[in-house]
Design a protein around this ligand. Structure first.
Ligand SMILES: [Zn+2]
Length: 470
């Protein structure tokens, strides 16, 4: 996505076709609209997409589009394999009921269903879910023949005694953990590639495990997710840690701890400076953990807004049209009435373009409301990866997204059509920043030296954003 909005306000429609079927998509979409949400995240499983065209998904997307909302499709990628050829295999040879992304059958299936999803449905974005290995306690390591062969091919460790050397306390265990992370990154990259080839405007987000104080390396080791690496590689347009906590004490493993640890590691942001991509956590209103009350959820949204977030995604919808889950409406009302952002407005940057002028490079863009013109520039790409190795005795490497430095060029006169010229010493890296009293939007980081590679577009979906007061 070329223009990054402040803010994304979404909720997941969970189990829409199984367990808690939706009876009326128009009633669901209208409740989103009335509650001030601008994004629907509609859950699918691989099984929904393998048997011909899933017309129910068209119905769902159309209901949200009719009200000006964006429709993102979530898929629980590795959660439910479709057959034994996709399943993981335990060290003792038995099958595990989770998908091994290394297996040829898994890749072929995913290429088919995700290419088809991008080609034949009107989605605006894709949300990876369960894009990971199961955790350690859930038999999270796969020792299938295909993993065996690829581990040796990738690492060159041809003397590996399989699976013993790869297992906990084996001589190549940490090389195996490292390799396992790379397989999930490859899966994220592959699915994006298949889908982007069909629909370049798609926005990708990813539900990821949070870090927390002194345990930053745990999710990478446990489930193989390395989100900062995906952010800097450009594989996701926004990042979505699952900050599922009602505890607002600020202590270890509180909501604030989950939020801040993840924000700093995955996106490199601060309260005053946005990170490398929009940081849009999942927050929870009902489930197996003790869930926040409406008032606490409103506090969490306020905390996100004041600490460098760019929106929120609520797990999960209940209410008109899907009555099996907790009613979301009191929560949306609490957010609308108890936080500073009572105006449910989206500030959008669009039509960024670059041209050479006598004094340098002129960057022009538009904003959806009248705001000052701001460009953040640097001689470096603003953010970079920092390797973190061998933390807590875990002998592998994962990445931390760090801000490097930047400077600002500002024209304080509020306007909607902007143009600023960067002189020879300003750049080559830059991004556009737009702020009003409700928040800050920002573009991707571009480089003027490679302007022939810039992809410049308006709001890619063509959907209008809703500007209205609750
Ligand atoms: Zn495997």
């Amino acid at each position: 996505m070329d223009s990054l909005k402040d803010e994304m306000r979404g909720a997941i429609v969970h189990m829409a076709w199984s367990g808690a079927p939706v009876s009326d998509w128009n009633a669901v979409a209208q409740t989103y609209y009335d509650g001030g949400l601008n994004t629907a995240v509609i859950e699918t499983y691989p099984s929904h997409l393998i048997l011909g065209h899933f017309t129910e998904l068209d119905t769902a997307i159309a209901a949200f589009h009719a009200r000006g909302l964006r429709a993102h499709i979530l898929n629980t990628v590795n959660l439910q394999p479709l057959n034994d050829n996709m399943r993981m295999r335990a060290a003792n040879g038995s099958l595990i009921d989770k998908t091994c992304p290394v297996r040829a059958a898994s890749k072929a299936t995913f290429q088919t269903i995700f290419t088809n999803l991008a080609t034949n449905y009107a989605l605006d974005g894709f949300q990876y879910d369960y894009i990971r290995w199961p955790g350690e306690s859930g038999g999270g390591e796969c020792y299938c023949d295909e993993c065996h062969a690829k581990f040796i091919a990738d690492t060159g460790l041809s003397n590996t005694v399989w699976p013993v050397d790869a297992q906990l306390n084996g001589r190549y265990h940490w090389q195996f953990i490292q390799w396992r992370i790379a397989q999930i990154t490859l899966e994220v990259e592959s699915i994006r590639g298949w889908m982007i080839a069909q629909k370049p405007s798609l926005e990708f987000g990813v539900a990821v495990f949070t870090g927390w104080s002194n345990q930053y390396s745990y999710p990478a080791m446990d489930v193989g997710q390395d989100p900062a690496d995906w952010v800097i590689r450009g594989l996701v347009e926004h990042i979505n840690p699952m900050c599922y906590k009602s505890d607002m004490s600020g202590g270890v493993e509180s909501f604030q701890d989950y939020f801040l640890s993840s924000r700093d590691i995955m996106a490199g942001g601060t309260a005053s400076r946005k990170g490398a991509v929009p940081f849009i956590p999942w927050i929870m209103i009902g489930g197996t953990e003790s869930a926040p009350t409406p008032a606490v959820l409103a506090q969490q949204v306020e905390y996100i807004r004041n600490n460098g977030g760019n929106g929120f995604l609520i797990w999960r919808y209940g209410g008109p049209g899907q009555t099996s889950h907790l009613d979301i409406r009191p929560f949306l009302q609490a957010i609308a009435s108890q936080t500073s952002k009572d105006l449910f407005q989206v500030l959008e940057i669009s039509n960024i373009s670059v041209r050479s002028v006598v004094s340098g490079i002129e960057v022009s863009w538009q904003t959806s409301s009248s705001v000052p013109s701001v460009i953040e520039y640097s001689a470096n790409p603003l953010f970079k990866l920092r390797a973190r190795t061998n933390e807590y005795g875990r002998n592998f490497t994962y990445y931390d997204c760090d801000y490097v430095n930047s400077s600002l060029v500002t024209d304080a006169t509020p306007k909607t059509s902007h143009a600023i010229t960067l002189s020879a010493g300003q750049g080559p890296y830059f991004r556009v920043v737009a702020s009003d009293i409700f928040g800050t939007s920002f573009s991707k980081v571009y480089a003027t030296v490679t302007q022939h590679r810039l992809t410049i577009s308006s709001n890619p979906s063509g959907l209008p954003f809703i500007l209205r007061r609750m």
